[in-house]
Design a protein around this ligand. Sequence first.
Ligand SMILES: [Zn+2]
Length: 142
Amino acid sequence: MKVLLKREDYEKILNHAVSELPNEACGLIAGTEEERKGGTVRKVEKVYLLTNADHSNEHFALDPKEQLAAVKDMRTLRLKPLGNWHSHPESPSRSSDEDIRLAFDKNASYLILSLMERDRPVLRSFHVEDGVSAEEELEIVE
Ligand SMILES: [Zn+2]
């Protein structure tokens, strides 16, 4: 699995995550999926910034109403739901035990943005299946 994210969308996630500090920020990603020789390639075409209903710096919950609106928008735009993203204000970019426990969709890409080092944000993508989180290739494209 390879995930392609446009630089402007990366910046959208980053800016939102920074503006939500000290709390975790979260949202959804949608786009297209294509089988290529080297494997599946996912292109993120739209990033959704949602409210963290938990308002916490240790976990997040997508606001259900906003989530519904985002999914409707994806349908209208004929984009495939690809997964979600959230920030880790104080921890590295890897799935926490809770992230793994709450990752119900093995087809989703889970993007995690670490702001632990404020001047060096780290965004990674993960696939979670059977309680195991594995990193996916993520490329920021211009
Ligand atoms: Zn997390």
